[in-house]
Design a protein around this ligand. Structure first.
Ligand code: NAP
Length: 496
């Protein structure tokens, strides 16, 4: 069967289609929009939630915003001249995604509340069979995973967590009715999410106990609202919004030099961050507590103008004693103290570094992707995996960034998938499966480059898996990734 041709209905069920996309976040939707641009309508998007938006749907905590400027953190074919700020908030980004999905005609392709629980490649028929938790069944020759890298909350493995008597939730599962006003609240974690949550809730809570394991490096956030005249120019002057985007893009690529080529240049960022602390934190003890002792950039550099100020508000306490247990009424630290709180916010990050999909994916011979990735996720050009024909992973292994917009990476991958589909159609192929040798060569190069980056400077971060292997980040410039994915080289694939 031609990989691009719709296939006949499976006996059990749902109409067959040409491409199954999993996830209706930026990645899955970008894939769908490009398929529409190719004139294709034979695809379905399976989304576990009851609405679209992915990360930007789930991360709706107070203060949620993106730390990549919006003119860059948007789709190249759907620029938004009307961004209200340099760094837009969650609601504005979510509404952008909804508008773009709607105007590109992909919403009718989404099957909501379709949580995939298994995907299996049937070698004899050359098709992917995908089932959902509620028993629906979809089949197509091509499967694209747009599940994202940061969608599975990492709950801390702290004894007694389940015994806590009050409200307790992860930052990415913030309840609409959280009602923290006037409460004694604890926040565990001081990563990108916590740094936004703490200033956003500090004025409404009675007390805020912040549990810091490792302080983050933080730079000032050069945020501001765009003036009406700037927005007018973006809208009316041809090329203005694109020029703004280009300026941000190249500024960020310049910063990448320090991350991936010359980590010594990170000293400049360190000096800025130290100055930021000196300016905003008056108390020498607090200064000491919030000053990290690892190389800046090794963990994600955060941006905030109000986090340090929030830590100095009345009623805020920063704890550095390790947590020993959670009890029904509060948090016990190893120094024996019990910190009584009414509500507990877990800003403890995501299960990222194994890159596994949240359900079994079975390839040729019934082999599971989870087993193949036991020692660490690896793919070819971050997108295809040997033994899993016609499976394309958006935001796959070693595609993440420390310095720029993931949407640029996603669009590069989507173009790669489209090129693969075109080639399969042109050559009448049923499937293509990347050769293990090509995949290994690619990953050897990626890992060699990673060894010289700031991320290998010795800290613990979610970029690495349990073996210390960095399976998440792209060790280069984003234009390097785009170049690498500009076209599919069929010689790197076994085809049928
Ligand atoms: P994160 O960066 O992984 O931070 C998790 C925090 O929880 C860390 O401070 C960690 O301490 C702490 N922690 C984890 N387990 C703990 C435990 N058992 N006991 C005590 N502390 C514990 O997670 P995140 O803040 O959700 O951010 C994840 C990623 O999402 C970011 O790196 C970024 O890529 C993205 N993000 C972006 C934005 C933005 O654009 N502004 C906002 C939010 C998230 P250690 O450091 O010691 O491990």
């Amino acid at each position: 069967m031609n990989a691009n041709a719709p296939i006949a209905n499976d006996a059990t069920h749902t109409p067959a289609t040409g491409v199954i996309i999993i996830g209706a976040g930026f990645a899955g939707l970008a894939m769908a929009m490009r398929l529409r641009a190719e004139g294709r309508t034979d695809f379905v998007i399976l989304e576990a939630a009851d609405s679209l938006g992915g990360t930007w749907l789930f991360n709706a905590y107070p203060g949620a915003a993106c730390d990549v400027p919006s003119h860059l953190y948007s789709l190249s074919f759907a620029l938004n001249p009307d961004w209200s700020r340099v760094y837009s908030g969650q609601a504005e980004i979510l509404s952008y995604i909804q508008n773009v999905a709607s105007s590109h005609g992909v919403i009718s392709h989404i099957r909501f509340q379709a949580a995939v629980n298994r995907a299996r490649f049937d070698e004899s028929r050359g098709i992917w069979e995908v089932t959902t938790e509620d028993g629906r069944h979809f089949v197509a020759p091509v499967l694209v995973s747009g599940c994202g890298g940061l969608h599975r909350p990492a709950l801390p493995n702290i004894p007694g967590l389940e015994t806590f008597a009050g409200p307790c939730f992860h930052s990415a599962r913030w309840p609409a009715n959280a009602a923290l006003a006037g409460k004694k609240v604890a926040v565990i974690g001081t990563g990108a999410s916590a740094v936004q949550i703490v200033p956003a809730i500090v004025d409404e809570v009675e007390t805020l106990d912040l549990f810091q394991r490792t302080p983050p490096w933080i730079l000032p956030r050069p945020d501001r609202a765009y003036t009406p005249s700037e927005r007018w120019v973006n809208r009316k002057v041809p090329g203005a919004a694109r020029l703004r985007r280009l300026a941000v893009y190249w500024r960020n690529e310049t910063i990448a030099v320090a991350f991936v080529r010359k980590p010594a240049l990170m000293a400049i960022a360190r000096a800025m961050a130290v100055k930021h602390i000196a300016r905003q934190v008056k108390d020498p003890e607090l200064r000491r507590i919030v000053t990290p002792n690892y190389t800046i950039g090794c963990k994600r550099i955060l941006m905030s103008n109000d986090y340090y100020r929030a830590l100095q508000r009345p009623g805020v306490r920063v704890h550095t004693a390790p947590i020993s247990a959670i009890e029904p009424t509060g948090i016990r630290t190893q120094d024996g103290a019990l910190h009584a709180v009414d509500a507990l916010v877990l800003a403890t990050g995501f299960q990222a570094a194994d890159n596994a999909a949240p359900f079994p994916i079975l390839g040729r011979g019934g082999v599971s992707l989870g087993d193949v990735w036991q020692d660490g996720a690896a793919a070819y050009r971050g997108t295809t995996v040997s033994g899993f024909p016609n499976l394309f992973l958006l935001v796959g292994p070693n595609t993440g960034l420390g310095h720029s917009s993931m949407i640029f990476i996603i669009e590069s991958q989507v173009a790669y998938v489209v090129d693969a589909l075109r080639k399969m159609r042109k050559q009448g192929l049923r499937w293509m499966d990347v050769r293990r040798s090509a995949q290994d060569t690619w990953n050897d190069e990626v890992q060699t480059k990673l060894a010289n980056t700031v991320w290998a400077s010795g800290c613990n971060s979610w970029y690495q898996n349990q073996n210390g292997r960095n399976t998440t980040l792209w060790p280069g410039f984003t234009f390097g990734f785009r170049w690498a994915t500009r076209r599919v080289q069929l010689r790197d694939y076994e085809v049928a």
